[in-house]
Design a protein around this ligand. Structure first.
Ligand code: ADP
Ligand code: MG
Length: 694
């Protein structure tokens, strides 16, 4: 028997069950079955009793019998099924809200069951909803093993005699007859971390002799999983950086120095460090591909501008791409102002520019008369030709698609250096996993004198108080944002929502004393810019908007951000929105308005927002609440298809594997001493991963 034999030849399977295993679980070979891991174990040695239940227990196994089955209709097509369960010490209630028919047909009195589930106290009585039940005899059969594996199954599998019990029998047969599984980690690493061998780990993850052995098996397999992920990333990184040459910007010239000397404030320590990191890249002779993370207001744009000046000092051009016209325009005016007297030509290229203007800019760009170009995706159209593009800065990376970025790549003979800036922090553990391959800088310090935004949670019934607070701020000369969520199903409803909001706001804040702007997705770029501009100039006091203002808009005089239906927003979105205020010297506030019946995760999101302004903490909470699969931009990266390891809970292992792989590649970049690892690289599906997420 070899691991790659057809599963149909395993005793107890046969052609028809093999077909079900293939269609339901994608199991075709013995190796596939071995890879199908239990999601839980039933520990016969710790059967609890009803009398000893306590609220600390998240999961218990009880042994006893059922009676008194009752069905209560709870709606037209819905019912609740309750059953009394008792053991020698007491009784409790089992409850089902769904799948009641199936349960009703199978549960029998006078049969001893093992009941497994999460006990809760309800009106003083213990209750387990949607428990799992096994006839006790089944577990008894497995007495050979103290911990019985429980496997996930589907309805269809159960119908074909492949329930959890049957699957466990199959894996038992498999493990009893298993050919030896070759080791895939280097011996020195096994020894150093005292890891269990691969064969033992794969067998004891199914049938452990003890909890302790199970833990060691899991650790070993998690290590292996993270190790190979790191190997893929770091090997790809090494390949890329040793292959792709980049232009050398070694010279620090007049433009940079002039600008630096006329800055009205010193750089923060974090800004200095990141500028230094980038300077190292720019004179290394290799093409830079660096991500700069930093909270809104941490001074990323300034860092980018300084790097662009370095490019100019070395005879190159640089461009900055922003996700929206509003932002591009804003960057343009900021750059113009800051570069006053520095002698650098900056231009703005956006889609809404007049044709004659576009033509002029393109010509001057090709001639090299323009040093810095700011724009939206219009920058990467094929007919935009630079004389010598040396550096590309991309602001707010998640708005740019992969192809758009690769288009930039083709804009010059030697690829330009690329700097990506994002205010959506990626949790440290995730960055460690993903950016084993990318270079990553973090600006983790705000310029001095900023007060953190104070954040409050308010309900609809508090609205009068909230509005009178806004009034006070406005009367003191400040400005206010009120943001509504997009309800994506229909633009019409969104607009209606927004208009209702506007009317309500205007009834509290009557004209002409109070002026209100409204910005939403249906407006043209010009109309948006017009409204934003009025607000920016202080002509309007209140900006009522959908999330179009999410990214990068800078109005230092705005001190309050009210977010309506805040429960509808994700954490990172809330954090981005809050970043719109607190940009000036005054104390700023963020008010999260919600309905009063919040789900658990909504409550947690709101609580997180009220308790911290640190983008990294927020990103970590986001990761915990949503799971890594939902983190923006990372879905397709494949790094998150981890079977056993968790980027959230296994931080020490993530670190250990990252460092181990790093040291290993530093000592032996071609893996010449590790033929097995070479083989893995040759077959790896993650080879091109970096190009997807850079
Ligand atoms: P980000 O792009 O990270 O949101 P910006 O570069 O736009 O941040 O900076 C936000 C504001 O802080 C700008 O008005 C900028 O001029 C100012 N700023 C940047 N760096 C500093 C610093 N070191 N000290 C004081 N103010 C700074
Ligand atoms: Mg910015």
């Amino acid at each position: 028997m070899t691991l790659y034999d057809d599963i149909a030849y395993l005793k107890g399977v046969g052609p028809s069950k093999a077909k079900i295993l293939a269609s339901e679980l994608d199991i075709h070979t013995l190796a596939d079955l071995l890879d199908y891991l239990p999601f839980r174990y039933v520990d016969r040695s710790v059967i609890s009793t009803v009398a000893s239940l306590s609220e600390d227990e998240s999961f218990v196994v009880l042994r006893g019998m059922v009676n008194n089955m009752q069905t209560v209709a709870t709606g037209k097509f819905r019912e609740r099924l309750t059953v009394d369960f008792h053991d020698a010490t007491g009784s409790l209630q089992l409850v089902w809200f769904a799948g009641t028919k199936w349960v009703r047909e199978r549960l029998k009195p006078n049969v001893e069951y093992l009941v497994m589930g999460h006990p809760t106290l309800f009106n003083g009585q213990w209750q387990i909803s949607h428990p799992e039940l096994e006839a006790y005899s089944y577990v008894d059969e497995g007495a050979r093993h103290p911990l019985m594996p429980v496997y996930g199954t589907t309805e269809k599998m159960k119908q074909h005699g492949l329930g959890a019990k049957a699957l466990a029998r199959l894996t038992e047969t498999l493990v009893d007859n298993l050919p030896s599984i070759p080791e895939n980690l280097p011996q020195e690493i096994l020894a150093h971390f005292r890891l269990m061998g691969r064969h033992e780990a794969m067998t004891s993850i199914h049938y452990p002799d003890s909890r302790e052995q199970l833990d060691r098996a899991r650790t070993r397999l998690k290590f292996e999983e993270l190790f190979f992920l790191q190997l893929d990333y770091q090997y790809a990184h090494l390949q890329r950086s040793s292959r792709s040459q980049g232009r050398i910007f070694a010279h620090v010239g007049d433009h940079f120095n002039q600008f630096y000397n006329q800055l009205p404030f010193p750089l923060t320590g974090a800004q200095k460090r990141v500028v230094r990191e980038i300077r190292e890249d720019l004179r290394s002779g290799r093409q830079m591909n660096r991500l700069v993370q930093g909270d809104v207001g941490s001074g990323k744009t300034l860092v980018a501008l300084m790097c662009m000046l370095l490019a100019v000092d070395n005879g190159s051009q640089a461009c900055l791409m922003a996700p929206t016209e509003i932002l591009a325009t804003q960057h343009f005016y900021t750059f113009r102002r800051m570069l006053d007297g520095v002698g650098v030509r900056v231009e703005l290229l956006t889609g809404s520019l007049k044709a004659s203007e576009k033509k002029r800019i393109k010509k001057q760009l090709a001639d090299g008369d323009i040093n810095l170009l700011i724009g939206t995706h219009a920058l990467i159209e094929d007919n935009v030709v630079f004389r010598d593009l040396g550096l590309v800065v991309i602001d707010e990376q998640h708005r740019f698609g992969v192809e758009q970025r690769s288009k930039l790549w083709n804009k010059s003979l030697v690829p330009p250096h690329i700097l990506v800036m994002t205010a959506t922090p990626i949790p440290r553990t995730l960055a460690m996993t993903l950016y084993g391959d990318l270079d990553c800088s973090i600006i983790d310090e705000l310029p001095p004198g900023r007060h953190p935004v104070r954040t409050f949670h308010r309900l609809e019934c508090n609205r009068p108080l909230v509005f009178s607070f806004l009034k006070k701020e406005i009367d003191a000369g400040r400005q206010v944002y009120i943001v509504y969520p997009l309800i994506e199903e229909s633009e019409k409803i969104d607009l209606k929502n927004l208009q209702d909001g506007l009317e309500m706001v205007q009834s509290y804040f009557p004209r002409p004393q109070y002026q209100t702007s409204m910005v939403h997705g249906r407006l043209t770029a010009e109309e948006k810019a017009f409204e934003m501009d009025r607000f920016k100039q202080g002509l309007t006091h209140i900006m009522v908007a959908t999330t179009v203002i999410e990214v990068g808009v800078d109005v230092p005089n705005a001190t309050v951000m009210v977010i309506e239906n805040a429960e509808r927003f994700g954490l990172s979105q809330l954090h981005q929105l809050r970043g719109r205020v607190g940009r000036g010297a005054d104390q700023a506030y963020c008010i999260l308005m919600t309905k009063d019946n919040l789900s658990y995760t909504s409550q947690e999101r709101i609580r997180t927002m009220c308790s911290t302004t640190d983008g990294f903490q927020i990103a970590e909470a986001d990761l915990r609440l949503r799971g890594p699969g939902d983190i923006q931009g990372l879905q397709q990266s494949g790094a998150l298809d981890l079977r056993l390891a968790s980027i959230v809970d296994d931080e020490p292992l993530v670190k250990a594997t990252r460092d181990t792989v790093h040291d290993l590649l530093a000592a032996d970049p071609t893996l010449s001493r590790y033929p097995l690892l070479q083989q893995h690289i040759a077959h790896s599906k993650n080879k091109m991963l970096w190009s997807k997420i850079s």
